[in-house]
Design a protein around this ligand. Structure first.
Ligand SMILES: [Zn+2]
Length: 493
């Protein structure tokens, strides 16, 4: 058997003003598999497929493999160039029996609201109707008709934090090859829950739901079950939570199971949908919390969701309220990092911090600071133990405030306390740590935290789903409508 693979991934916050261009993909590398893949977090599933193919006596061809940090829409020529290289490889290196793609599922480019639907449709046209096409998606994806029609199999992560990417990749490999051999006939049941939100799978009812999906897959006639959560900050028609059930040839059963699971998810919506607290309410809670470190997740400025990572709203309120023994990071500010490196450890200077990228960054703060630590490259584990780099970084202490900030040169969310400790800042000994992240920080910070609070403050990622200013996505979704399935639910919105 001959297998074709490629990876083209980014998550697009269409409300972010920062375009995703060549530099954003080059930052994480644009690998071409014909030259051999270098092991990274991004290539890991493809290398696993390669090992499996070699064991099975199959031939595998890797095309373009690339990823960009979530941000605003991808520049049109960048998307088209990467897409066309993948399609050209599929045409020139073929014929293939199976196509395995790593996609995000929430990639938007100028002129393309549904990059994955576009790529899969074109791939189908290149390889023809008889080649098995499977794609692995982040669960923060928008499942479209174009995607489900073009692909034989779509499998999303089940876990958020996304700790199960390799398991899902293995399933995709096994099922897509079984499809190519004619052993199974994946038949999709799809249910649109008409919900826009975020759902953390460590929460007890979500945990039960995710475990239930796995148990359903243990039934012999059920091939794969996914809950695509959707990515809220994308103004595209297909932004919604959707259940996908693939059975082996039984459309009725697939449809029934998808509807039933969708109903179960709908019934628990009030319990499982993310609700953050405001900045001042969170700081009120810090002031009365039991001893120990209180971790505040600055969800509105999570670079992993396309925010710039340089907002100053929480930092400003910490200073205004006089709350000390506090650390905040990672705050993206390459200019300030450069100035700190120039000044050196121990230097005192007046520094303009943050608030540079866009209106959602808030105002820059002009602060008297002392440089406490410097590092040429700050590396930390991500949520799945792969390492990420935040580039050059600086630990500054704001004079007279006992507030510490870690500045970084590269946009990255805070996955681990090592954001602070690598620079020498003992964050566990402090009262409060503000981390720019949404949920991927959780596992690493929980062991040192007395309390964790998800803050939904101002910024590029609005925590209130009813306030997202959609224009292209219809407003018939929960929580905007109490019942988006009801006749006339849009009246009065
Ligand atoms: Zn995700």
């Amino acid at each position: 058997m001959r297998i074709f693979t490629a990876a083209l991934m980014t998550e697009t916050n269409t409300f972010s003003p920062m375009p995703t261009g060549w530099a954003a993909f080059e930052e994480f590398g644009i690998q071409r598999g014909r030259d051999g893949l270098t092991p990274t977090a991004i290539t890991a599933p493809l290398l696993m497929w390669q090992a499996a193919a070699e064991r099975g006596g199959h031939e595998i061809f890797h095309s373009v493999v690339t990823f960009a940090q979530p941000s605003g829409p991808t520049v049109r020529t960048v998307y088209e160039t990467l897409r066309d290289e993948i399609l050209r490889d599929a045409a020139e290196q073929g014929p293939f029996d199976a196509v395995l793609l790593l996609l995000h599922g929430a990639m938007v480019a100028d002129g393309y609201d549904d990059c994955e639907g576009d790529l899969l449709t074109r791939m189908r046209a290149v390889v023809g109707p008889n080649v098995a096409i499977g794609a692995e998606l982040d669960l923060h994806c928008h499942v479209s008709k174009a995607m489900t029609e073009a692909a034989d199999l779509l499998i999303t992560f089940k876990e958020y934090p996304h700790t199960d990417g390799m398991e899902r990749a293995q399933e995709l490999y096994d099922l897509t090859l079984a499809t190519a051999r004619g052993e199974v006939r994946p038949t999709l049941g799809l249910h649109d829950c008409r919900m826009v939100g975020l759902y953390f799978t460590q929460a007890p009812r979500m945990r039960t739901f995710v475990d239930g999906m796995g148990m359903l897959e243990a039934q012999s006639d059920v091939l794969s079950v996914s809950l695509a959560h959707g990515f809220p900050w994308a103004d595209v028609a297909d932004n919604s939570a959707k259940v996908l059930v693939y059975t082996d040839g039984d459309a009725d059963q697939a449809g029934r199971l998808a509807r039933d699971l969708g109903q179960t998810f709908w019934d628990m919506r009030d319990d499982v949908a993310f609700k953050g607290v405001g900045v001042d309410e969170a700081l009120d809670r810090v002031e009365v919390a039991a001893p120990g470190l209180v971790v505040l997740a600055d969800t509105a400025d999570n670079t992993g969701g396309g925010a710039p990572g340089d907002s100053t709203f929480i930092l400003a309120r910490l200073l205004e309220r006089g709350i000390g023994s506090a650390a905040l990071g990672p705050l993206w500010d390459p200019v300030a990092v450069g100035l700190c490196h120039e000044a050196g450890v121990g230097a005192a200077l007046t520094l303009r911090v943050g608030g540079k990228a866009c209106a959602a960054s808030g105002a820059p703060l002009d602060l008297k600071v002392r440089v406490r630590g410097l590092i040429d490259e700050l590396r930390t584990p991500s949520y799945n133990a792969d390492y990420v780099t935040l580039g050059a970084a600086a630990w500054i202490e704001i004079e007279g405030a006992d507030v510490h900030v870690v500045l970084c040169a590269r946009r990255m969310q805070g996955f681990s306390p090592m954001v602070f400790t690598e620079l020498g800042l003992d964050v566990a000994a402090l009262r409060v740590a503000v981390v720019k992240t949404y949920n991927h920080f959780y596992a690493a910070f929980a062991p040192i935290a007395a309390e964790i609070i998800h803050v939904a403050g101002p910024g590029a990622i609005m925590g209130d789903m009813t306030a997202i200013p959609f224009e292209r996505r219809s407003l018939d979704f929960w929580p905007r409508c109490a019942d988006p399935f009801a006749e006339g639910c849009l009246r009065g919105l």
